[in-house]
Design a protein around this ligand. Structure first.
Ligand SMILES: Cc1ncc(C[n+]2csc(CCOP(=O)(O)OP(=O)(O)O)c2C)c(N)n1
Ligand SMILES: [Mg+2]
Length: 886
């Protein structure tokens, strides 16, 4: 067994005892301190002793692990404040309805799916929270935020049904959102159930990391005086298998470092994931305990239920705890799939003394020895300690049983995760075990069960929630809109740069600076940067608005003499995330959903190295969409040839081919300063003014060039996706360009005129993606209204039937998106292939998107003889291998 999975007792100080008398004297001294001065004093003394020893070179003493028992001993548990029997009855009813919902859906069609086992392991952990801890937003409290485990949502629906929030018809619409109005989404999806679910969690790892940054963002809002977020808590339910996702533990250090004591994680240690045990050969709880403790978390283990208390109390020789530590999770799983006799033989039977100690217990009594995460008393004690804990985030490691109550249909079985059905026998046994007042027929149906509204159970359920402020989960759709800055606010960007050469990144920084000067909106702006501010020329903002740090600045920064020094500040506005794109986008989601979770509209600008965006954290981008995040993602140093020196792993020529898949993302590839300003201004209008649930992806480049003034009337086209930049009378060809390649396209139009006497007009395409969306909508409308006057796509409306050529800094698929709406022939140039380092000129020639290739593409459409002449004239090698092959 690997060392770290072994018990704490065997980790250090092993080997034979050299002097038993001396050992017992030390232990007696410790007992005396414990008896007279208590555990705190004992810890203090031992710490001093260990410090002294380590100073003399003993090496590491002790471990981050404690014994495999509950962190809170029975004598320190607060009494359970609820009606224990009534809560058990209610919990049993919720359990039943969750099962009935999945079983009924799958009777209809096994296509529909759903999960039973996850919720059955979680029911106690949820119900104690619902009845005693989780506050809904009310006059007196702004509400806790709970990240529910995705696969357990049948349990949330079943409870909402008892609370009268969902009807039986809606439960019967589980996973039938298309065919049944009001049908319930398969998992927590704010996009699909915008008044109910707040956080999408089912892509494993997304819930954990976004919950950390949510808690952090709440501290930020509070520190900046924007919204009071104390004493609200963020609760996140995480699967023990889910903990293997890098996103789950990846930001645990941030939570510890920033002392996020508003964060509580409950890891449901049911010991199983989908295929089998999480740590068959070890113990997940012990492994997580040391990981979390090392990351600065308060760890509460809830392993054993109350029925173990007398046995543990009698375990003065530590034999029971030793067996508990020696057994691995694979065995614990097997125990719970068998019966009391098996547990007697294979657990207690490991030590003859223990076997004797339980000889007075029947097999049934042994079977009833319960696990901590399924014992409301133990769970209550852990939650109570967690909400009181200050200075650290808390993780509760709760041991449960996957498929609890499913009996032969899945309890503790390898196959349980995907079980969507239960046999009639198992359902009847479930009814008996949980004492549900259902006839055999009702069980077989299976029928939902709801006690009469005036029953004790229902009154209790309502009273508990009323005391906590109302129902959860509940999602707010809107916040108070903020005043939208008029376009004139960005006048400097609209006017052109004259002789000056700047990049679109610089143009963006100026737009941001203008927003930070706008009193109405400035404090709502949240710049988010993963260690790349200097790359984007944003370091001036460090001093101006400060970098958020809960501790202010405990050191004199090296550059303190300079005007723009590195300033960390308790009230800082910038979220400087360090090198974590996953963390940064989690902050983006927290800030961009603040209108919902905190009733205050924030406007995040998350700027990053474009290559490390979608392709790095695509699933979190998807979650941002599902979460209805509002804000701007800015892919800096974008394009395959604008970032010339960095080569293959840095040059992004495809993020614009990835973003169109996110339905509520508006993606733009602007070339000029005024385009950046128009797009951002309109984005703020839509998201902040109109409260539309869209977010923006805007690429920015670092190539410097002159930016013209905005042509009259260009605004509509910029937003819809294209506008005419250069007019030509009766053009022979349309040239389309986007991003910095637009400059090559403009040069190509000049070459066509000067070298070949051909007139071309030039179109700046700000968004092939928006143009495609428009085309698809129009085409669909025309299909569905065959006898009406057909509508025209924007592309078709703007272009005539002469040939068109498009060039971009992205793969051809990006510009190809609009092919079917281009009225004439259409030729596309793009940068398919791996990036390389060279000069921009060299790269553009290599990828065949430079001005000469644009000219060649146009001539090829117009006159093959001229095209052949152009190949010679521009020294193009027709036999050079295609860049995707070399
Ligand atoms: C990123 C991702 N990978 C895989 C899955 C598929 N999946 C859903 S649940 C599950 C097992 C979850 O086990 P655990 O986290 O222990 O949760 P439990 O159901 O046991 O509480 C898997 C593999 C997913 N939803 N998301
Ligand atoms: Mg699990």
């Amino acid at each position: 067994m690997p060392d770290r999975l072994q018990s704490s007792t065997s980790l250090n100080g092993g080997g034979a005892d050299l002097d038993a008398v001396e050992t017992s004297e030390w232990l007696e001294a410790l007992d005396a301190v414990l008896a007279h001065d208590g555990p705190d004093r004992a810890r203090q003394l031992l710490t001093r002793v260990i410090e002294r020893a380590q100073h003399s070179g003993t090496g590491l003493i002790g471990s981050l692990n404690t014994a495999y028992v509950n962190t809170i001993p029975p004598e320190r548990e607060p009494p359970f404040p609820g009606d224990a029997a009534l809560e058990r009855r209610l919990r049993s009813i919720v359990r039943w309805n969750a099962i009935a919902m999945v079983v009924r859906a799958n009777k209809l069609s096994s296509e529909l799916g759903g999960h039973i086992a996850s919720y059955q392991s979680l029911a106690t952990l949820y119900e104690v929270g619902y009845n005693h801890f989780w506050r809904a937003p009310s006059e007196s409290h702004r509400g806790d935020l709970v990240y529910f485990q995705g696969d357990s949502c049948p349990g949330n629906y079943a409870r909402a049904y008892l609370e009268g929030r969902l009807t039986e018809e809606q439960l019967d619409g589980f996973r039938q959102e298309v065919s049944k109005p009001g049908g319930l989404s398969s998992y927590p999806h704010p996009w699909l159930m915008p008044d109910f679910w707040q956080f999408p969690t089912v892509s494993l790892g997304i819930g954990p990391i976004t919950s950390i940054y949510q808690a952090r963002f709440m501290k930020y809002l509070h520190a900046r005086g924007i919204a009071p977020t104390e004493p609200r808590k963020v609760w996140a339910f995480v699967g023990d298998g889910e903990m293997d996702e890098p996103e789950s533990m990846g930001s645990a250090g941030l939570a510890g470092r920033e002392r996020l004591d508003n964060l509580i994680w409950v890891v449901n240690c049911n010991l199983q994931r989908l295929d089998g045990p999480v740590r068959g050969n070890g113990k997940i709880i012990q492994e997580l305990e040391s990981d979390f403790r090392g990351a600065g978390w308060n760890v509460i283990k809830v392993i054993w239920g109350s029925r173990w208390d007398p046995l543990l109390d009698a375990d003065t020789d530590g034999r029971l705890v030793k067996v508990m530590e020696d057994c691995v999770d694979g065995e614990y799983q097997t125990f719970k799939s068998r019966d009391g006799a098996y547990v007697r033989e294979h657990f207690f039977g490991r030590d003859p003394v223990l076997l004797e100690r339980v000889s007075h217990m029947s097999d049934d009594e042994i079977w009833l020895l319960n696990r901590g995460g399924l014992d409301q008393q133990k769970v209550y004690a852990a939650y109570d300690a967690a909400v009181r804990h200050t200075g650290e985030p808390t993780v509760i490691l709760a041991k449960t049983i996957k498929g609890y109550g499913m009996g032969v249909s899945g309890e503790g079985q390898m196959i349980t995760h995907q079980a969507k059905k239960m046999t009639e026998e198992a359902l009847l046994q479930f009814r008996d075990r949980f004492e549900l007042p259902l006839t055999d027929e009702q069980v077989r149906a299976p029928e939902y069960y709801k006690p009469p509204e005036d029953s004790q159970e229902m009154r209790y359920l309502r009273e508990c929630r009323e005391a906590l402020g109302g129902a959860i989960p509940m999602r707010r759709r809107k916040a108070e809109p903020l005043p939208v800055p008029p376009l004139e606010e960005f006048k400097a960007q609209l006017e052109g740069t004259g002789e000056r050469q700047i990049s679109t990144t610089m143009a963006f920084v100026r737009v941001l600076a203008a927003l930070l000067r706008d009193k109405a909106i400035a404090k709502h702006i949240v710049p988010i940067i993963p260690d790349e501010s200097r790359t984007f020329g944003m370091e001036g903002m460090f001093r101006q608005i400060g970098i958020y740090s809960p501790f202010g600045q405990l050191y004199q920064p090296q550059d303190s003499e300079q005007l723009m020094f590195y300033k960390e500040d308790e009230h800082g506005q910038i979220l400087e995330e360090g090198i974590t794109e996953a963390g940064s986008i989690s902050s983006f989601i927290a800030a961009g959903t603040s209108y919902s979770a905190h009733a205050v509209q924030m406007v995040p600008f998350y700027i990053y190295y474009s290559m490390f965006g979608y392709q790095r954290v695509g699933d979190l981008v998807w979650a941002a969409g599902d979460s209805r995040t509002r804000g701007f993602m800015l892919g800096g140093t974008a394009g395959r040839t604008t970032l010339n020196g960095e080569g293959l792993q840095h040059e992004d020529g495809h993020s614009h081919a990835l973003f169109p898949v996110v339905p509520n993302c508006r993606a733009y590839d602007p070339a000029y300063s005024y385009e950046v300003a128009v797009i951002i201004q309109d984005g703020i209008r839509r998201m902040v003014g109109e409260q539309e649930d869209v977010f923006y992806y805007i690429t920015l480049m670092n190539e410097n060039y002159v930016h013209p003034a905005m042509p009259d009337g260009a605004q509509e086209g910029i937003l819809r996706g294209m506008y005419r930049l250069r007019h030509a009378d009766s053009p022979a060809v349309h040239l389309l360009g986007s991003g910095t390649i637009l400059n090559e396209v403009v040069a190509a139009a000049e070459l066509l005129q000067s070298d070949w006497d051909i007139r071309a007009d030039v179109w700046s395409v700000t968004s092939f993606t928006e143009l495609r969306r428009d085309g698809i909508e129009v085409e669909r409308w025309n299909m569905l209204h065959p006898t009406d006057q057909p509508r025209r796509a924007y592309v078709g409306e703007r272009l005539s039937e002469v040939p068109a050529v498009a060039a971009t800094d992205y793969i051809r698929a990006f510009a190809d998106q609009i092919r079917q709406w281009v009225p004439g022939s259409y030729r596309v140039l793009g940068t398919d292939g791996y990036g390389r380092s060279d000069s921009r000129r060299g790269l553009r020639r290599f990828f065949e998107v430079d001005r000469h290739y644009v000219v060649l593409a146009a001539l090829r459409e117009l006159d093959p003889a001229k095209a052949a002449a152009a190949i010679k004239r521009y020294e193009i090698d027709p036999d050079v291998p295609i860049p995707t092959r070399v």
